[in-house]
Design a protein around this ligand. Sequence first.
Ligand code: MF3
Ligand code: CO
Length: 252
Amino acid sequence: MITIKSSREIELMKKAGSIVYQTHQYLKPYIKSGIKTITLDSMAEKFIRSKGAIPSCKGYEGFPYTLCISVNDEVVHGFPSNYKLKDGDVVSIDVCARYKGYHGDSAWTYVVGEPSPNDEYLMKHTKEALYQGIKFAKPGNRVGDISNAIEIYAKKHNLGIVRELVGHGVGTNLHEDPNVPNYGEKNKGPLLKPGMVIAIEPMLTFGNESIYLDDNDWTIKTEDKSRAAHYEHTVLITNDEPEILTGECKNG
Ligand code: MF3
Ligand code: CO
């Protein structure tokens, strides 16, 4: 069932989204060579709690951390650890927070130091794939219109689409209906209506589309060791333009 949020619920979701956005902004200056990814995780947990919110990945189906930090060939659900970031690493950080019962969810990919041309290409076009999808998050469109826009854009730029993981509705649950795949056909799937909130989240690779599950039973990695990027926003369907609840981060 796809829920339509009331204006009271939308206000709470805006607040949750804003806390997620602020968490990204807070972490960004620390994504530097030498920092342990576990340090970023504890900083994020304290920050989220200081805003009156709860880190909602932690404990979600047993996920042990506040952040998913996925480095280089890790696509999503990477575990923060004692690994120290180094120059040239491509780092995806996924932040989820719950405020007064409502979730915000946003991932962003950063580079440590200067990006290689290939990494810059991967990041730029994965981010743009997200915005191409968001454009279609309007009433009267269907989920397939968003999916198709992402697929067409990714294919045009020769990036691999990770198909096993999809975007989703967001609300009192982190993952709600509908699924929002990063591939699909125009004019197919559920109809979008004002008051729906969805997370759109392309996960694209610089290589082929095959992935595998790490021994930790969570982290998804590319089979061919190519690097991956992940950009995600929580988006409200309104009567006209889509409203991004998790901030712009456009200069990320
Ligand atoms: N943003 C991630 C997603 O939409 C959240 C994962 S939380 C985790 O799938 F607990 F599953 F890691
Ligand atoms: Co998500």
